[in-house]
Structure formats: C-alpha cells, structure tokens
Design a protein around this ligand. Structure first.
Ligand code: UD1
Ligand code: UDP
Length: 381
C-alpha cells in the first residue's frame, strides 16, 4: 500500500491540509499519515480538534518568540527522523511556511518525492511576504507534483520552467474548509445561538471591522502605524473593531499597549475556526495582513483591506474584492472609512467572488494522488 505522509505545523496549514487528509483517508489503496511539527501549538490544536484529527507524529517544536533558524533546523531534523521511521512513498506539504520549506528539504535529502499543495503563488518580491515568498519558491524547486490553486499560479510555475505535466489546477482547499464550516453554521440554530451569546459584548446595530495581523515584515514601526490607524477608525464612531490577537509576542505586545484600552476596540484571543468564520460573516469589512483571509473574505462577499504592499494572491485584487492598503496610517484610515461611508462603493466591493476554489480542491488532489482522471478547477466556468 502506498504511504503518504502529510506534514504541517501552523493554523492555516492545518485548515487547508485537513480537508486533503479527510479525502485521502477514504482511499483504500493509500495509507495516510500525519506529522505535525507543532510550529504553532494552541492555534494548531484548535484546528486539529475541529476536524477531529489525531496526528501520528508531533514534533512539538514551538518556542516562545521563536527564530526562523530554530524552526528550520528543528523541522529539518525532526521530519527526517519521521521519514526514516515511516518510509513514505511521498510527502505532502502546504504553502509557504518554514515548516513547509524545511519538511520538503528533509524529504528531498531522503529522496522522497514531494507534493506541494497551494503551489505557484508569487508576489514577485523576495522580501514580501518574508520569509514566505522564499519558502514557497524553495519548496517548488524540490517538488515533483504541484497542486496550483489557480491558473495564475500554474502560469507562475510554467514561467519558472516547471513541466506542465507536473502541475494540476485544483482550486484552493481553504474554500473546502470554509464551505464545510459555513454549512455547519447554517445547519445549526443551536450553534448560531451559542456564538451570538459568545459575542454579546458587540453592539447589535454597529458595523464590525474585523482585524487580524501577524506578518514578520510588519513588526516594529509598521505595526505601530497599523495600531494607530485602528484607533482612528474606532474613534470615527462608525464602527466597532474586533481583533483576535495572534499569540506571537511581537504582535501581542504593541497591540495590547496601543489598543488595550481604546473604546470601541475589542481585543480577544485567537478564535477557533468556526467562531472566526461566524465573525467574518457578521463583519462589514476585514482589515488584515493574512494570506488565507484574502481568499476567504471574497468568497463570503466581504471587502478585505490588506495591510501589505504586494500580494501573492492577485486574483481577488483584480476582481475588485480586495484592496492593498499597506501599513500607512492615513491610507488605511481613508480607504477603510470610505467603505463605511459610501454604500455604492461598498456594494461594488461586496459582490462575492470565488476565484480561489469551488469546494472540491481536496478531492481533486486525492484523485491525482491515486491516479484517477481529474477535471481541473476553472474559476471562470
Ligand atoms: C507562521 C508562519 C507564517 C504564517 C503564520 C500563520 C513562518 C516563518 N511563519 O507565522 O507564514 O502566515 O504562521 O499564523 O513559517 N505562538 C504561540 N502559540 C501558537 C502560535 C504561535 O504562542 O499557537 C507564538 C510563539 O511565541 C511563537 C510565535 O507566536 O514563537 C511565532 O510563531 P511562528 O510560527 O514562528 O510565526 P507566525 O508569525 O505565527
Ligand atoms: N483564523 C482563525 N482564527 C483567528 C484568525 C484567523 O481560525 O482568530 C483563520 C482564518 O479564517 C484563516 C487562517 O486562520 O483560515 C489564516 O491564518 P493566518 O492569518 O494566521 O495565516 P496566513 O493565512 O496569513 O498564513
């Protein structure tokens, strides 16, 4: 029986890889094993329990305010040891984290083929997102099976000389996870009631601006500027801000210091995926530097303001559902406020777009892995 080892370590990788694990678990000719690196701990465990996933291996590498060298070396060594025990026929990694980069390198050193889920995204700037743009490119070099979410991602790989035969356009598995969660919310009045009471500190009639942020390249003065913008936005009186704060101490410290006692700003702990999706649905708009939320927001018909200068996800930008606002205080305030003041401009941005998937990405990936014929994802169709 063919053995496939899935390796992931952070919250977004788990959200996007567990749909693949679920589909592969149904295949009788494949044995699927999961190794989590534990690059994240609490934020990873939240997702594992939602999907009822029990990893076969847990490297448990996370340290407080960890450096990139620590993640890289711990994952490289740890995954190599797991590969020696499991002797997989293939490993699967996801996206652009340091877990993905170091795990793919470990597989390459052991001459184990690598499949890359969410392959081919490129910002074109090695410094942004940092270090993720480099991580994703490194994974591409050692990968022989590229699961590109969109045609654009496929084209990026072709332009780098990757063979067309090794690329499959699948859609992004985040849309599978999102649909699963939205259906769960829709199907349960009890869950809706529980969540409503969990967020009973929110004013019923006031529009919500949902905020998240964690990018390493924004640490320091860009983060300060973002916090000042959030203070200004809350001070406008037009919105209430809800901000689940990432557990990274480089994020928590400035956010708590600058926004801890600002009226209209609710700082909360990172949310489980179900309440987070609930909150996205209830929001008027989202301000974030996240990768995954740039994909989820447009699918939910929510305008997303991205606190970055460039993005490796230009599809929703081109469709008008996402806007890049950088980290300049004045620019963030003016662009976001406009969406709370001008209903026509708002409606224009809200038209739901699904350039990233149709909810069947994971099953396409499983089809490719077991050698079945696959009809590729086509965002236009
Ligand atoms: C990582 C990824 C980033 C991804 C993000 C998703 C790298 C280099 N970065 O960034 O690509 O977008 O995850 O959120 O791979 N912490 C906890 N508990 C947790 C998670 C984090 O306490 O469950 C704290 C720890 O102090 C940890 C720190 O956050 O050292 C940073 O975590 P790390 O994974 O290094 O970086 P992220 O910013 O989370
Ligand atoms: N998310 C979550 N709880 C939160 C914030 C985000 O479940 O409090 C989800 C979000 O819906 C998305 C993913 O986490 O699917 C994005 O993670 P993050 O922004 O940390 O990483 P990135 O996508 O930037 O790599």
């Amino acid at each position: 029986m063919k053995k496939i080892l899935l390796v992931f370590g952070t919250r977004p990788e788990a959200i996007k890889m567990l749909p693949v694990a679920k589909c592969l678990a149904r295949e009788t000719e494949v044995q699927t094993l999961i190794c989590v690196t534990g690059q994240h701990r609490e934020m990873l465990d939240q997702v594992l329990s939602l999907f009822d996933a029990r990893p076969d291996y847990d490297l448990d590498i996370m340290r407080r305010a960890q450096g990139l060298e620590h993640i890289t070396t711990a994952v490289l060594t740890g995954v190599a040891q797991v590969i020696d025990q499991v002797r997989p026929d293939r490993i699967l990694v996801h996206g652009d984290t340091t877990t993905a980069m170091a795990a793919s390198l470990a597989a390459f050193y052991r001459k184990v083929p690598v499949g890359h889920v969410e392959a081919g995204l490129r910002s074109g700037d090695i410094g942004q997102p940092w270090p993720e743009e480099a991580n994703r490119r490194i994974v591409s070099v050692v990968t022989d099976l590229h699961f590109a979410p969109t045609a654009r991602a496929r084209d990026n790989l072709l332009a780098e000389g990757v063979s067309a035969k090794s690329i499959h356009i699948t859609g992004n598995t985040v849309i599978d996870a999102l649909r699963f969660t939205v259906d769960r919310l829709r199907g349960s009045q009890e869950l809706e009631t529980t969540l409503a009471s969990r967020f009973d500190f929110l004013e019923a009639e006031k529009p919500i601006l949902l905020v998240t942020g964690h990018r390493r390249e924004n640490f320091g003065s860009p983060f300060h500027s973002v916090c000042e913008a959030i203070r200004d936005l809350a001070g406008s009186g037009r919105m209430q801000v809800v901000y689940p704060v990432h557990l990274n101490p480089n994020v928590m410290a400035p956010v708590n210091e600058l926004l801890g006692s600002v009226p209209g700003v609710h700082l909360i702990e990172p949310l489980d995926y179900v309440p987070f999706v609930y909150l996205m649905q209830k929001s008027h708009a989202i301000l974030t530097d996240s990768g995954g939320i740039q994909e989820e927001g447009p699918s939910l018909g929510k305008p997303v303001f991205v606190m970055r200068n460039v993005t490796e996800r230009p599809e929703a930008l081109a469709a008008g559902a996402v806007r890049l606002v950088g980290t300049d205080r004045g620019r963030i305030v003016s662009e976001v406020l406009r969406m709370f003041r001008e209903p026509d401009a708002y409606d224009e941005m809200c038209r739901a777009h699904n350039p990233y998937g149709d909810g069947r990405a994971a099953s396409r990936i499983a089809d490719v892995l077991v050698g079945r014929e696959v009809k590729e994802f086509n965002a236009v169709a």
